[in-house]
Ligand binder design. Structure first.
Ligand code: IFM
Length: 488
């Protein structure tokens, strides 16, 4: 899509309050899908997602070790309002409440993550049985409720001990990760079939090692680039460890993707979009699936040194993923420029063309662009990389922060509008041949939103963080209807 088409489609969404009007968001796609033709494929998994550090709390209970987030939240000024995940939604104790929410919303899949530090408090060594027991309980309760457990092994909470030994920039961390993956495959593989290796590799490496705004808070571009390679190695090694634990396991991974839209037809802007597509969308997903990096991001003669590449790494990082998870939040407009993005540059990439002007769309309360068309477009784009593998939407959602009104209910029409528009876009992608088999809303409930603490609410359920009580929002009730009918 060129800039003019893009802007027209974006402006179409923001005109005169259209962001609040579900019909306006859904209209173009609904027409293309055909009236009354809003059915999803039979057996489609409707679900919701959370992550361990964001919901569990119990940060020192039952032998849990310290993670980089347990440490990072203590650094002054890093987290809005000084919030921490020490208690969060208290899901470690209230997981049955969470399952009741899933049931009330008619959901058949729960994507949660496992805290490595509950299993191996130091990221290496013997298993902490009490930590494992928690995930045994959660798994068994989900299965009893008829809900598929879909764990992610790593959602950003590296054991602090491994960070002290070098963290993700150190190759050893990939070996430790594979050991942990094997432990989990053996422990839960008899009951859980579908496993995700990592959540959003590009985000936790960049924000944690380059920009310093996520744990562990480092600002070292060279360490950052190495960390991306270790994470790719860990994908391959972790995949093999899970398969060795139980060959029947279906192993995938979760990538956050965004359509890169050239800001103009100028060749420089088109090149900017192309290189950022490789760096942001392909660097992990395509690399793992194909066992090779996309060309042209770094100068070929310097790449091995930058990555700390060793003979045999192509095989080590390769993983013939059984499915792929995609997280989608918004689109990105790309224009040629230098340093305007605030992304620190290193000497070899001083020519990286990247200076994203703001997308001209409606915004969520977090300031993120509402751009459902991009959901369709990025699915069609990534399908070219993932081939016939099944795709699951592992996250999609929006932060709107309205709370209970006098009636005790949470009226959040903006969130319903957001979802309605994105479901229409996803359905169109399915009709266009993208094999999407499941969808997980982010999030089942309001939770700890990393550096923003509790200030941004992504939940279908309102959580009162003073006492942990949960109230399903209007959007959650609406979603329950979609899930039951398997149609929009
Ligand atoms: O809360 C996060 C989640 O942990 C990873 N994906 C994006 C969400 C919203 O920022």
């Amino acid at each position: 899509m060129n800039r003019r088409d893009f802007l027209m489609s974006s402006l179409g969404m923001v005109g005169a309050g259209a962001a609040l009007a579900p019909a306006a968001l859904a209209k173009p796609k609904a027409k293309r899908a055909g009236q009354g033709d809003g059915a999803f494929p039979p057996g489609f998994y409707w679900g919701a997602a959370t992550a361990a550090y964001q919901v569990e709390g119990a940060y020192r209970e039952d032998g849990k070790g310290e993670s980089i987030w347990d440490r990072f939240v203590l650094a002054p000024g890093k987290i809005k309002n000084g919030d921490t995940g020490n208690v969060a939604c208290d899901s470690y104790h209230r997981y049955m409440d969470d399952i009741a929410l899933l049931k009330a919303m008619n959901l058949k899949s729960y994507r949660f993550s496992i805290a490595w530090t509950r299993i191996q408090p130091d990221g290496t060594g013997p298993v902490n049985q009490k930590g494992l027991d928690y995930y045994n309980r959660l798994t068994d309760a989900l299965l009893a409720a008829g809900i598929r457990p879909m764990p992610t092994l790593y959602h950003w909470d590296l054991p602090q001990n491994l960070e002290d030994r070098g963290g993700w920039p150190a190759r050893e961390t990939a070996d430790r990760y594979a050991e942990y993956a094997g432990i989990m495959g053996k422990a839960l593989g008899d009951r859980i079939e579908t496993w995700s290796l990592f959540n959003e590799s590009k985000t936790f490496t960049a924000l944690g090692y380059n920009q310093g705004v996520f744990a562990p808070g480092r600002k070292d571009p060279y360490a950052f680039i190495r960390s991306t390679h270790t994470v790719n190695l860990a994908h391959g090694l972790g995949y093999k460890a899970l398969k060795a634990a139980n060959p029947k396991l279906k192993v995938g991974s979760v990538y956050d993707v965004t359509p890169m839209i050239p800001a103009s037809d100028r060749p420089e802007d088109v090149a900017a979009a192309d290189i950022w597509d490789k760096w942001q969308n392909l660097w992990f997903a395509q690399t793992v699936i194909e066992g090779r990096y996309p060309e042209g991001v770094f100068p070929a003669d310097r790449q091995p040194e930058l990555l700390n590449w060793k003979d045999g790494d192509a095989d080590r990082m390769h993983a013939d993923l059984d499915f792929v998870g995609f997280n989608y939040y918004s689109g990105t407009l790309c224009a040629y420029g230098k340093e305007a993005s605030g992304v620190p540059l290193i000497d070899v990439d001083a020519k990286w063309p990247y200076a994203p002007p703001a997308l001209e769309t409606a915004k969520t309360d977090f300031g993120w662009n509402v751009y459902p068309q991009g959901f369709h477009d990025i699915l069609v784009r990534m399908h070219k990389v993932t081939g016939n593998r099944p795709i699951e939407i592992t996250e999609n959602g929006c932060a709107y922060n309205m709370g209970p009104t006098a009636d005790g209910q949470i009226h959040d029409p903006q969130r319903i509008a957001f979802y309605r528009g994105h479901f229409a876009a996803m359905l169109q992608a399915i009709k266009d041949g993208v094999p999407v088999r499941g969808y997980h809303a982010w999030s089942l409930m309001d939770n700890f939103e990393w550096a923003s603490g509790y200030s941004q609410r992504f939940g279908l359920t309102w959580v009162d963080f003073a006492n942990g009580t949960r109230t399903i929002k209007d959007s959650g009730k609406w979603y329950a209807g979609v899930a039951a009918a398997n149609t929009i």
